[in-house]
Design a protein around this ligand. Sequence first.
Ligand SMILES: [Ca+2]
Ligand SMILES: [Ca+2]
Length: 380
Amino acid sequence: MFILTIIFALSLQALGQQQPCPAGWSQFGKKCFWYSQSVQRTWTNANRYCIDIGGALAGTYDNNDLAFVGNLSANSMYPVWTGLNLKNGYWEFIDGTYSFGLTSQWLSGEPLANQGTCGAIRTTNPVGYFNMQCLNVQPFVCNQKIATCDSANQTQRYGVVQSPNFPDQYANNENCIQYITGNQTNFVELIFDAWNVETPYDYVTLYDGNYPSGQWTLLANLTYDPTNITDTTLKPSFQTTSNVMTIRFVTDFSGTRSGWHANYTLKPYLPYVSQSGSSGVLNSPNYPNDYPNDSEQWSYINTLGGTRIVLQFLDFRMEKNRDWLYVYDGGDTSSPLLGNFTGFDIPSQQLLSTNNIMSLFFYTDYSIEAKGFSATWKLM
Ligand SMILES: [Ca+2]
Ligand SMILES: [Ca+2]
């Protein structure tokens, strides 16, 4: 049974489920608490110590928190610092814990004017606060949020994925896995629109497929801001080839930020079209019926070396300024653009390549379909 328990715990860790608190910290409610025992500091240095190990001096939201902190530090022969301090005339906790109701946490007759601007707990009965001079050196209690990130699986056509608590601070020690799963004819596209992560200590890894238990390949290790790309070798959007994307978010023991936010779309997978020879016809998907939404498709014309290709449209109906066809003088988006087309007018001009390769990129947005395009090509 003991061995089984260990195996179970290890497999949970492998699946990306984390312990809510780091080793040595005690969970109470949605927070982890740590008592310094023999480590003693002034109030300010105690808070620095807490920050270094991943938290802040503790807040006691209510009497249950107070009783827990008192119990945790019950063996202390000294008063115990928490994050309570007098700031701009108000007693508040340095970790931002809401302090309404604190009147019931003061010991009788406390706080006393001129007795000090930092709050400490007396841990013997009755447990409660009194104010002291902040330069006293004594034990303290730190706290931090529990790691809350559960595994999730999204299957809607569109959706949002984000770090836990976004746009509030994520927690330390997160190891969370989210899946986006489409049907067998889909691929997944993910575009980040917010990124505030303590890289490289905290990071997002994207996998094409089911990580870690199924088939997967590494898609991206995000140690850079994907919303602010100046290096053109990096990608602002991420696409799978399979119908599943796995998003793993890992944070270390200290230093949290507001996190990240991204939008995903499940898109129909349209295999690329490739034509060669001396002439042909290229159509949009389903032509002459309406093309699908959220679509992307490449078509390539690849003829004998030394030849040139001339393309002529026969039909063209695409939602104006939303759905587009790009024609390139070459094999990819780095090639010169021969033209980009949208709307309901059939382009009258012939498009002529300078070499033996021409490519067409067809793109549609999330709504409103139309008949699409039909074009013939031949050698010049
Ligand atoms: Ca961190
Ligand atoms: Ca459209």
